[in-house]
Design a protein around this ligand. Structure first.
Ligand code: TYC
Length: 104
């Protein structure tokens, strides 16, 4: 007769640990430049980063004054997708708007 690998209590503890494990999170920053229009940056923050208009304007002005600003914090795949979409839309319009990703 083989012994079960884990008791029911050990299994419950393992499952709870797995469920409460948080994925690594990634900050997406927007960088300032001299060419992208303020309106375009606000549109990106609303459409791609799902921010309300007032928050989009606040972040855009923060980036304009300080050089960079946080657009949002996401899991790796979502952060990378938002950066790619931003760069694709910006390049299509001829803007150099750039985002960076930093692990939290
Ligand atoms: N500095 C730009 C301008 O004066 C506006 C701008 C803001 C550009 C934020 C990029 O991430 C940015 N038109």
């Amino acid at each position: 007769m083989t012994q079960p690998a884990f008791t029911p209590i050990e299994e419950t503890i393992q499952k709870t640990r797995q469920k409460s494990k948080k994925p690594p999170m990634f900050k997406v920053f927007l960088l300032n430049d001299d060419y992208t229009t303020m309106e375009f940056v606000v549109m990106i923050l609303e459409e791609i980063f799902d921010l309300p208009a007032a928050e989009a304007v606040r972040i855009m002005l923060h980036v304009h004054k300080n050089g960079r600003g946080l657009a949002g914090v996401y899991t790796r795949d979502i952060a990378e997708t938002k950066v790619k979409r931003t760069h694709d839309v910006a390049r299509k319009q001829g803007y150099p708007l750039t985002c960076t990703i930093e692990k939290e």
